[in-house]
Design a binder for this molecule. Structure first.
Ligand SMILES: *Cc1c(COP(=O)(O)O)cnc(C)c1O
Length: 355
């Protein structure tokens, strides 16, 4: 059979990587005998309890297939159709979910806040909410934050607490898109509780896929009443796995002994190394690098040269620039090899100028 995977790692997205050994092993462990379906199995119970442990609280947990479902269904559960959701103008829920949050909430409007480095500021939230308070405008109800952000930055606890204060004042619930929550926790080196429910987060979409599992995200409700009938919502949306144990078991593998953080730290460290090496070539990051991605501007010719060498990376995220994303399995060799190819075209470019 033809091997269709590239030999080296890629920098396009952390979802280009495969399944980490621990997640794989637990999937295999779960593959014995018969158990009850639809989440009524020991693996789902274990995974749920592991999540309660790492968040140090009795939360409600649901496993769904992907991040779009996790975000849009959890947002829908916080809203009525006449409400609105505030988020950054580069938020995944706005730019990359094909209108799913609006669809699943039957028309809730997204209100876009221009931010800095992918983050929303408390003043901007307040401004947006106070812009219109009449009955003709959809009522602001939820604030959606992404942690780590789409631009590879991370909200500090201080920033989160300032946001919480304004959200409380304005009666907004807080949703957190944590597709790269592991990278944020690893980057801050703080407890998961500190940057979620202790900072006012009502519901977290806790990403597993980009952290190293095959399929799945956990929707974590820190206020149990907000999870009311969420199981029906998942079922109706086609997000209730009948063989749920295979969504849940990899989580047990990730959360046992801090595997999830080991890989997130690794991905962050690789991004840090990449950033450092690029800086030596005076290619500076566009945003503070606080998680596992580095954004840089590269000349079109350099981008074409790298793509010609088989490198894959995105240049459509946020406000443009090349996004170089590291993963749980990115190696120094991947990075060195990328940099060698980059050197070739920088050198080539400089030579051309001399002639
Ligand atoms: C990857 C990602 C998601 C999830 O996307 P799916 O493809 O639906 O799993 C959600 N939010 C952010 C910020 C992401 O990067």
């Amino acid at each position: 059979m033809k091997n269709v995977a590239t030999k080296h790692g890629q920098f396009a997205s952390d979802n280009y990587s495969g399944i980490c050994p621990e997640a794989w092993e637990f999937m295999q462990q779960a593959n014995t005998g018969h158990v009850r379906s639809y989440g009524d199995d020991p693996w789902t119970e274990m995974a749920t309890n592991s999540i309660r442990e790492i968040f140090e609280t009795d939360c409600e947990v649901f496993f769904v297939f992907n991040g779009t479902a996790a975000n849009s269904l959890s947002l829908a559960s916080l809203c009525q159709s006449y409400h609105s959701i505030l988020c950054s103008d580069v938020a995944h829920v706005e730019t990359d979910e094909c209108g799913a949050p609006e669809f699943f909430s039957n028309g809730t409007k997204m209100l876009l806040i221009p931010g800095q480095n992918g983050k929303v500021q408390p003043e901007a939230i307040e401004q947006m909410v106070k812009r219109r308070t009449d009955i003709h405008f959809p009522k602001p109800r939820v604030l959606s934050l992404t942690q780590a952000t789409e631009l590879g930055t991370v909200y500090s606890p201080k920033e989160l607490l300032a946001i919480k204060e304004v959200a409380n004042k304005l009666n907004l619930k807080i949703h957190m898109d944590g597709a790269r929550f592991a990278n944020a926790v690893a980057g801050l080196n703080l407890s998961p509780a500190e940057i979620t429910w202790k900072a006012g987060v009502d519901v977290l979409c806790f990403g597993g896929t980009k952290n190293g599992i095959a399929i799945g995200e956990a929707v974590v409700f820190f206020k149990k009443e907000l999870a009311y009938e969420f199981d029906y919502r998942c079922k109706q949306a086609g997000q209730l796995a009948s063989k749920m144990r295979f969504l849940a078991a990899p989580w047990v593998g990730m959360l046992t002994g801090g595997v999830w953080l080991k890989y997130a730290r690794h991905a962050n460290a690789m991004a840090s190394y990449l950033e450092e090496q690029l800086s030596k070539k005076t290619i500076m990051p566009m945003f503070p690098r606080e998680a596992n991605s580095v954004f840089v501007t590269l000349p079109e010719a350099a981008q074409a040269h790298l793509r010609g060498k088989g490198w894959l990376f995105y240049s459509f995220i946020g406000k443009g620039g090349c996004r170089l994303m590291c993963s749980w399995d990115t190696t120094r060799e991947d990075i060195d090899s990328f940099l060698t190819d980059l050197d070739e075209c920088i050198f080539h470019h400089q030579n051309k100028h001399e002639h």
